[in-house]
Write a protein that binds this ligand. Structure first.
Ligand SMILES: [Zn+2]
Length: 164
């Protein structure tokens, strides 16, 4: 894999996000947020993220700095933190759109799947309701919003024993 420098990430939107959330625009913050935004569908544990970043950048990023940064980014809502069934925290970029896509998190096989197909028309209703709520908040002056629309339980495959 080619080595990436912090400057390889399109810095302007990332800087804008950091500023909008009251964070300092450090190289480390740009790198971590840039990496997670570039891999929006993957959630990482602390260790996985550190390994991924170490393999892809020249920037020295020690563990403590990385942990603090992840905590900070999560506190301000730029990262989504989920705890998996082994009680390990996993982080991924918060979807930047204000669109809430209903998805299902299986507590047994840990697959994360969109629910649009399963919900059909009610899925559209849910998305519309979420969109309306966010627009109402935006009109009141709230900023940087995102919504995580997760249904948790046991998926059909796991429930019927079909999963390998
Ligand atoms: Zn499952």
């Amino acid at each position: 894999m080619a080595k990436l420098l912090p400057s390889d990430f399109s810095a302007a939107p990332i800087d804008a996000l950091l500023t909008a959330h009251g964070l300092r625009r450090t190289s480390a913050a740009r790198l971590v947020l840039g990496w997670l935004l570039a891999h929006p569908d993957t959630s990482y544990t602390h260790a996985q993220l550190q390994a991924a970043l170490l393999g892809s950048t020249e920037l020295a990023l020690d563990r403590v700095t990385l942990y603090r940064l992840i905590d900070r980014l999560t506190q301000v809502g730029l990262l989504l933190c989920r705890v998996d069934a082994s009680r390990v925290r996993r982080y991924q970029a918060m979807p930047t759109s204000v669109h809430a896509i209903p998805h299902f998190e299986c507590q047994s096989c840990h697959r994360d799947s969109p629910l649009a197909g399963a919900l059909q028309a009610s899925g559209d209703d849910l998305e519309r309701a979420a969109q309306t709520a966010l627009e109402a908040l935006k009109a009141l002056g709230y900023q940087g919003m995102s919504m995580d629309f997760a249904v948790r339980g046991v998926c059909v495959d796991c429930a019927t024993g079909a999963a390998a």
